[in-house]
Design a protein around this ligand. Sequence first.
Ligand SMILES: [Zn+2]
Ligand SMILES: [Zn+2]
Length: 165
Amino acid sequence: MVIDLEGLMQGSQEQLTLDCMLDFSNETLNGRVPFTTPVHVTGEIRNKAGIVTLEAVAAFTFTFDCDRCASRTEKKMRVPLTHTLLQELSNDKDWEEYIVVPDLRLNLADLALEDIFLSLPSKLLCKDDCKGLCPQCGANLNEASCNCKKEVDPRLEALLSMLDD
Ligand SMILES: [Zn+2]
Ligand SMILES: [Zn+2]
């Protein structure tokens, strides 16, 4: 999905509406295909007083294995894609904030994919309070509690036995 920015950058076009489906079914994350359905990008690119900005949202279902309990999880996500687009970078501008498009052709798929991966949390969990797996028997503690003895700090254990007495 490549967008021709020539009219927008040169000012002959004021805005361009985006509404497209991106296919990321070839992408993998930790050996799994996270995008099982197309990613829907909606928004616009606008030239306002010579400054060209992209403001869009990528909406998609993300499939992953929970980092704590390994359950396969599907989550609906919305990631904002907000950038200022420049044909060339002038010295006073911070590289990070801008997307430089020297040939005036923006690869929306590459940009969306990068923004999506950057927006992911460092731990992907099935739910915020996922209890994970028992380190001893491997039971999924979200589904059932197991009978393993909880490991108790020996100092705490000594204190508890004193209280028992
Ligand atoms: Zn989990
Ligand atoms: Zn257990």
